[in-house]
Design a protein around this ligand. Structure first.
Ligand SMILES: NC(=O)c1ccc[n+]([C@@H]2O[C@H](COP(=O)([O-])OP(=O)(O)OC[C@H]3O[C@@H](n4cnc5c(N)ncnc54)[C@H](O)[C@@H]3O)[C@@H](O)[C@H]2O)c1
Ligand SMILES: [Zn+2]
Length: 422
């Protein structure tokens, strides 16, 4: 059985960029000669939930996704495949070709699937973006053609960025293959690659044409990545949904043993919460300074980088959540017992809440990770806005982080980790 969620959002959604007149110390300015331009662009995309899009050629989900706007015509499409996903399931390449033959009345697969290396390092490789764009050019893909991207969050980001900047955006069907990509990155509206040593420095806000969350892919995902993706579920539950957080606590053993039903429900609920935030949160393209879904991410992004990307995104997010939760406790925002619930849940899911990269210092003897705060602010623009917790299920924004206090929280994480390892 397949399910579908539909995401609707609008580019402006009532957010009006700050004008000079709103500046705190304004002087009366002469009325400028101007014509005001204002419009909004509606977006909608379905998120399908299914199992084995290619296993059964009569599974209609991929066909529906590609042809959803013009069911009456034949659609050109190409496929980019995460090489490790293809390695884990050698039937995939032929599967796409067989599927296209079976649905030849509606689908025209214009080339054999292109394999690209999976994992974070593909986001550092700008030749990969150019290689994909060269292929799109050679295949004469236009803005009504579809690029189906099958892979983890890294391949989705790299190939999504390449597609978003080709003809200013060709249609993309995302087929996320990791827990993290199915419950978080794959259902979002962003693409990015890393540049100049900064994570996600080059990127776009580009909603996908459709998303297909196929549970079958989770079966081949290595254990480390299955655990890593659950950090995003803990994150969104902690800031948005106390009931979901309790469910995670109650089902931690089932999740830890990757019981399919529990994993499916966790992924679905997490995806729904992300979709709701993007569609109804009022700022889908992050024009403001706040990014509540990036709870724990200022430290996570910096730690990923400082670890030379040996820490995965999910593992780094778990550490970032643990750190900011401790900060919330130490500053009196969050009761200690609630902080302990979050730390305990992450540990029971299998996360290590410490990394040696915390010890790296700059020339002045300061922890390098602390530079992540300024980089986070620079990436957002505007005021520093960091999400903390008021209670489990309730995020709260703060605009100032006291460095000595944050350093004490890092020391606390180190001591906790040493005690657990002793
Ligand atoms: N665009 C966004 O909004 C957004 C949001 C959150 C995270 N991200 C990005 O997502 C990336 C992390 O993505 P991820 O956690 O999915 O990891 P990943 O894409 O790096 O994949 C991890 C590893 O698993 C392999 N793999 C993927 N699916 C597999 C499968 N089904 N079977 C076997 N192997 C498989 C990959 O080849 C890779 O080696 C980071 O770069 C992060 O910044 C983006
Ligand atoms: Zn994340």
């Amino acid at each position: 059985m397949s399910f579908v969620l539909t995401q609707r959002t609008s580019q402006f959604n009532g957010i009006v960029p700050r004008s000079p007149e709103e500046a705190p110390h304004h002087v009366a300015l002469p009325a400028p000669d101007m014509v005001e331009q204002r419009f909004s662009v509606p977006f909608d995309f379905p998120v399908y939930f299914t199992d084995g899009i290619l296993r059964d050629p009569d599974n209609m989900v991929l066909r529906q996704a590609i042809s959803r706007k013009e069911p009456g015509r034949r659609h050109r499409f190409a496929v980019v495949l995460d090489s490790q996903v293809a390695q884990a399931d050698p039937t995939l390449v032929c599967g796409f070709q067989a599927y296209a033959c079976r649905h030849a009345d509606a689908l025209d697969l214009v080339a054999a699937p292109l394999l690209v290396k999976g994992g974070e390092l593909i986001k550092n490789d700008h030749h990969a973006v150019l290689g994909l764009q060269t292929m799109l050019h050679k295949l004469r893909m236009d803005r009504h053609s579809c690029l189906v991207i099958v892979g983890g969050g890294s391949v989705l980001d790299m190939a999504g960025y390449a597609a978003a900047t080709t003809h200013r955006g060709i249609r993309v069907i995302r087929v996320p293959t990791t827990v993290l990509a199915q419950n978080d990155s794959g259902v979002g509206v962003k693409t990015a690659i890393n540049a100049f040593g900064a994570k996600n420095f080059l990127g776009t806000f580009t909603p996908p044409f459709a998303v297909i969350n196929d549970h079958g892919f989770i079966a081949t995902l290595p254990e480390r990545d299955r655990i890593a993706g659950m950090a995003e579920a803990v994150k969104v539950a902690a800031i948005r949904d106390g009931g979901f957080f309790e469910w995670l606590e109650k089902n931690v053993e089932r999740l830890r043993s990757f019981e399919p039903q529990a994993m499916r429900w966790m992924i679905r609920r997490c995806a729904e919460l992300h979709l709701r935030h993007i569609g109804q949160g009022g700022d889908p393209f992050e024009f403001g300074s706040a990014r509540p879904l990036d709870f724990g991410h200022w430290a996570a992004h910096k730690l990923e980088n400082l670890s030379g990307y040996t820490l995965t995104h999910g593992e780094a997010v778990a550490i970032g959540l643990a750190l900011d939760t401790r900060y919330a406790v130490m500053t009196g925002l969050l009761p200690e017992v609630q902080g302990e619930r979050l730390h305990h849940l992450l540990e029971r899911l299998g996360f290590k809440l410490w990394h040696e990269a915390f010890e790296l210092q700059d020339a002045q003897g300061r922890r390098q990770v602390m530079a992540g705060l300024a980089e986070f602010q620079e990436h957002l623009g505007g005021d520093l806005t960091v999400t903390m917790l008021d209670a489990i299920g309730c995020g709260r924004e703060i605009h100032e982080v006291r460095h000595p206090m944050m350093n004490a929280c890092i020391d606390w994480l180190r001591a906790r980790n040493h005690a657990r390892c002793a």
